[in-house]
Design a protein around this ligand. Structure first.
Ligand code: SF4
Length: 549
């Protein structure tokens, strides 16, 4: 098929904070040097920010470096007065920690909505001359004839029906060619999986590991006591996950009587019956949280994974013709529960490296390897080094967790063992602990939502008549080994109710998929114990439509 080809100097794949900051920085640096450089960003969401979801407490240090006049330029900030409270929850009570660990202090940080923030960064990027194409999903990396150098990406065809046939609306994808391609697809990107496997960027690293967050923005009554309480930032641990499963809750104050409420669950959990969405509902029903959100209503809901592995899982950052930034490159600081600032900084350091490499006409892995040197010389490395064993400590059970954390605290992150091992998230489920899953009751469709209503509140839409973007290579495994061993955990860990196990006449089981519900969180590809789910990009423009989360 004849495809249109478009050429750029630099192509950024994904319009998250890493790539947006990188593209802005690159254009500004080029302009300062009197150079003209064609920069393009593609994004699979229908609009910029529509697939961006985070806590989100922003440490502004990268933003200040990128744009010291960010306030004058209208940066959307929800809250600047950050006062922290950390609470241990039991099923019915809470205990406020008298001491907040220094890495959890958020003074000087801002609460933002990541979707609003990315939409705003995109307007700045356009002002400095970046070409932005939302609604275009990169589906395939392109290589030179030798198959070693990345030369761009192909965007997905549009107008293909579920049988793979062209509809009257068919539009072939475009080949976007570039001297340098920057992959900032967020956690578990589908192109970085392909490029990484082909070029071996994950070889010798510990496995990439993740956490899944379910989050809502809730409007609470103007008279809510929380709006005058001593805290604007709450973090919780203990109930509902307990001390043997990594994760915890957060509640942040936003503008206009709104709060951002979420639960993060480490995907190294062992219990096949655990359902992150139900745990989120349990957190909402806890008295501490229920009192704050009483008489409120959900405005938006969403779910996303975050890359929680840190320094020891960071892949090779450059190959011939390409760089990897942000969550795609494990830049998140799990100790500080923050990754936007490190993502932005990584994009900016990539931009500086690219400008030099393109100027010299050498975009080999060796020339682009200066990016790793810059990362290692920056505050990203300093932060991630201090947190290098933190996620592993949180994965310890019961009291061992606190002893390990304490040892790391007094040894600058080293602890008893350095490096601590990181298991693959897909390998941690323990077979045979089946019990009927308990569902949270009394959902009202307004403040307490079932999963499907939650999908509605995420604004998720896909073209229905298109090939299924969730590929299951061996459907027999689903109804035999996976059912027998784990009772189909995909039906629980998916926050979009995409997977259902149906019993047909004659007793035969069948896994039924509803891919149009997909929130693009990637939990299924990460946590499936048989690695039998491959997430691929659906037609560009499909997916959630976040605007305030
Ligand atoms: Fe997330 Fe996979 Fe479910 Fe989509 S199908 S919502 S990516 S777990």
């Amino acid at each position: 098929m004849e495809r249109e080809k478009l050429e750029f100097d630099v192509l950024f794949v994904g319009a998250g904070p890493a790539n947006l900051a990188g593209a802005i920085h690159l254009k500004k640096l080029a302009q300062q040097q009197g150079r003209d450089i064609e920069v393009c960003i593609i994004e699979k969401a229908e609009s910029i920010g529509a697939h961006s979801l985070s806590g989100a407490v922003l440490d502004p240090k990268a933003l200040i470096e990128l744009m010291p006049d960010f306030r004058e330029k209208g940066c959307p900030i929800e809250e600047t007065d950050l006062r922290d409270g950390v609470f241990y929850l039991t099923a019915t009570g809470q205990l406020r920690l008298p001491y907040t660990p220094p890495y959890m202090h958020n003074k000087g940080c801002f609460i933002i909505s990541l979707s609003k923030f990315c939409a705003w960064l995109a307007t700045i990027a356009e002002e400095v001359g970046v070409n932005i194409f939302p609604g275009f999903a990169g589906v395939e990396a392109l290589y030179d004839e030798a198959g070693r150098r990345v030369i761009g990406v192909r965007t997905g065809d549009k107008g293909v029906n579920k049988d793979g046939k062209q509809k009257s609306t068919f539009e072939p994808g475009v080949d976007l060619l570039a001297n340098v391609t920057v992959f900032g697809e967020g956690p578990k990107g589908s192109l970085i999986r392909e490029v990484g496997t082909k070029l071996g960027i994950f070889a010798g690293r510990m496995p990439q590991v993740f956490e899944t967050a379910v989050k809502e923005v809730i409007e609470i009554p103007a008279a809510s006591p929380f709006l005058t309480s001593p805290f604007t930032v709450l973090h919780t641990f203990g109930y509902p996950l307990g001390l043997n499963t990594k994760g915890g809750g957060f509640l942040y104050r936003m503008k206009e009587n709104r709060v951002s409420l979420g639960l993060v669950v480490g995907l190294d959990y062992e219990d096949p019956v655990l359902e992150p969405y139900q745990e989120f509902l349990r957190l909402k029903k806890h008295p501490l949280i229920a009192d704050i959100i009483r008489d409120g209503k959900v405005l938006q809901q969403g779910a996303k994974t975050l890359a929680a592995g840190g320094l020891y899982t960071m892949p090779q950052l450059a190959v011939d013709g390409a760089l990897f930034v942000g969550d795609s490159a494990s830049m998140l600081n799990v100790q500080r529960l923050k990754g936007i600032h490190t993502a932005m900084k990584s994009g900016m350091l990539a931009a500086e490296t690219i400008l030099t490499a393109v100027g010299k006409g050498d975009v080999s892995a060796a020339a682009l390897g200066g990016y790793r040197v810059k990362v290692d010389g920056s505050w990203i490395r300093k932060e991630l080094h201090a947190a290098r064993n933190f996620g592993q400590a949180l994965s310890q059970k019961g009291i061992a967790k606190f002893i390990t954390l304490g040892a790391q605290f007094v040894t600058g992150g080293r602890g008893f063992v350095d490096p601590m091992n990181i298991p693959d998230d897909a390998a941690t489920l323990q077979a045979g602990h089946f019990r009927p899953p308990t569902q949270v009751q009394d959902l009202d469709g307004k403040l307490y939502l079932d999963k499907l209503t939650g999908v509605y509140f995420s604004g998720t839409k896909h073209e229905e008549d298109q090939p299924c973007h969730l590929l299951i290579p061996d459907t027999e495994v689903c109804v035999t080994r996976c059912w027998d061993t784990f009772r189909s955990p995909c039906t629980r860990f998916c926050p979009g109710q995409v997977y259902e196990m149906i019993q047909e006449e004659g007793g035969r089981r069948r896994l039924k998929l509803t891919p149009s519900n997909c929130l693009h969180c990637k939990t299924c590809e990460i946590k499936d114990p048989f690695k039998n789910i491959i997430w691929s990009c659906p037609e560009g423009g499909g997916g959630p439509n976040y605007s305030i989360v």
